[in-house]
Design a protein around this ligand. Structure first.
Ligand SMILES: Nc1ncnc2c1ncn2[C@@H]1O[C@H](COP(=O)(O)OP(=O)(O)OP(=O)(O)O)[C@@H](O)[C@H]1O
Length: 195
């Protein structure tokens, strides 16, 4: 389980209280709320990218030479790839000797794209590669921060269908941050709304 309990973070001396969060492996949790309410901050805390000023965060411990079991994906996949590396190099660096062809098929990723650089792919193509790269054998939780907000409906459907299946198969916990209530209602076991 990953958890936030009574956490508060200070940005420029202004306190921001965050909701309590419990996410089990295999569970799909939705998080919504108006812009600026703290949704991305919740994801940053759960990914271990920051620590709160008060309250407690429970996340898996891991050896820093291995990938984080809590993987985060954001709205701008171009920021998560090295612009000077081909996509193949980025995927190989993450997966090391583990196979990833299965994910290429699942997310309809054309193998030809792998020889390209991030700037040579569309946002939707790159987002599918970012998802593929987050699905390492060690991944226990996936934090999806508005990952399909800019994508066309068909690509969105492919992504969510595959992610739901993978969540079951890999017993992975999924946090879905989205403004789209209909999306959250259709796929989440539980939804938290930040006021
Ligand atoms: N690095 C920072 N420095 C100062 N304030 C910050 C910083 N990061 C976030 N904040 C503030 O904290 C609050 C929560 O931000 P956060 O990005 O978590 O909200 P959000 O709900 O994800 O918003 P959105 O839906 O617009 O992405 C906002 O008021 C924001 O201005």
């Amino acid at each position: 389980m990953i958890q936030l309990l009574n956490t508060c973070i200070h940005y420029k001396n202004k306190p921001l209280s965050l909701p309590n969060i419990n996410l089990e492996q295999g569970e799909i949790l939705g998080l919504s709320g108006i812009s600026g309410s703290g949704k991305s901050t919740v994801a940053m805390l759960l990914a271990g990218f920051m620590t709160p000023n008060s309250g407690s965060v429970t996340i898996p411990e891991y050896n820093k030479n291995t990938p984080n079991p809590v993987q985060w994906i954001g709205q701008h996949p171009e920021r998560s790839f090295n612009p000077k590396w081909t996509l193949l190099r980025s995927l190989k660096e993450s997966f090391r000797d583990n196979p990833f062809d299965e994910y290429l098929e699942r997310f309809s990723i054309d193998k030809e794209w792998l020889s390209r650089y991030p700037a040579e792919l569309s946002g939707g193509q790159l987002q599918r590669l970012a998802l593929c790269r987050a699905l390492l054998p060690t991944t226990q939780y996936l934090l999806c921060d508005e990952i399909t907000a800019q994508l066309d409906p068909i690509t969105q459907k492919t992504i969510w269908e595959q992610l739901l299946q993978l969540c079951q198969e890999k017993n992975m916990g999924l946090l879905i941050i989205s403004h789209e209530k209909a999306l959250l209602n259709s796929i989440c076991h539980k939804i938290i709304t930040i006021n």
